[in-house]
Design a binder for this molecule. Sequence first.
Ligand SMILES: [Zn+2]
Ligand SMILES: [Zn+2]
Ligand SMILES: [Zn+2]
Ligand SMILES: [Zn+2]
Length: 356
Amino acid sequence: MVLNSFVIIFRTIFCIGLFLISSISWSRVWTTKQGTKSEGELFEVLGDRIGLLIKGREYHFSLSRFIQSDQDYVKRWKMTPRCPACSKALGTRTIEAGGFKYHTSCFSCMVCRSGFKGGDQFRRDAWNGMVHIKHYQFTGLCGTCSRLFVKKNANPKQFFADGRMSCLSCLKDGVFEKNILSEVEKRVWETLTQIGLSKPKGKLSIRLVDRNLLNKEALKINARGNLRGLTLTKYKIVQGGRNSGTTFDHQIYVLYGLPYIECESVLAHEFAHVWLNERFIDSTPPVVEGFCNLVSSEVLEKEKSKLASILLDNLQNNTSLAYGVGYRKMKANLAQKSWPQVLMEMKSKSKPPKIK
Ligand SMILES: [Zn+2]
Ligand SMILES: [Zn+2]
Ligand SMILES: [Zn+2]
Ligand SMILES: [Zn+2]
């Protein structure tokens, strides 16, 4: 009896200890070489990029932009073995799986919440969410960032009427309204004009649409697949008379509800199509789509959120001949040259229609 109560007391003390440890804030002030300060918690180090959690959002920065003492902090942080699920230092109760060491308490299924045991098959997403294969059907997968979430705990708004799904964090940044779309558009043009892409001379309208309408419109130009945006350009050439010249009418369709970072990348891609179309630049799909993705990547490079890094990685790892291989070829070309040169090369492919 005496021994038993001793055990209970010991456990109580242990719990208090745990509580104190978890209540310590890991947040610290980060200072850039330019002197800008922000408070955030380091959660991952990926080569020369670091992930900081700032006001509940995950950002990626290149380490070299921070002062030496911050860089030293990252060096020390990296040396401590950490649990990939919570990024806190590992203690004595750990479990090893798939080359990673987790806290025993973190290594669990997001659906049934029980810890994985030897022989259990599970799936893991890029955000350290883990689920038993047998419970996978109870999770949703974000169409943007591939984050897993538990369906029954989700907000009904995470399920779009056209069948798409979004994680809570992408939904929070979703572009559903015309005025937000205009802000995104402005931000995209800032980057595009910097690299030398001028705004269109013709009429341009942008519509937020659902997947069904987008796919229906896409069939007009025989486009298929997992589309997020689409550009249809009509032109009219008038010869002779007072109205002589060429006029353009561009219609861009973008899926509604994409988080603004993804919406930016889609708009940049479509604006690149508009730029090509107004110059009658036509070439093979790897050249055209590769160029448009290169323009899109320029916009993503400017963004610091973790989502922008993931979308850039998706471009880098895309296996499609047009969107992936074509993009990497364009990127290699740009690395040797400059934007004005790349734009000149594209312009040399211009073939305006001949009128008899
Ligand atoms: Zn952990
Ligand atoms: Zn489970
Ligand atoms: Zn997401
Ligand atoms: Zn395209």
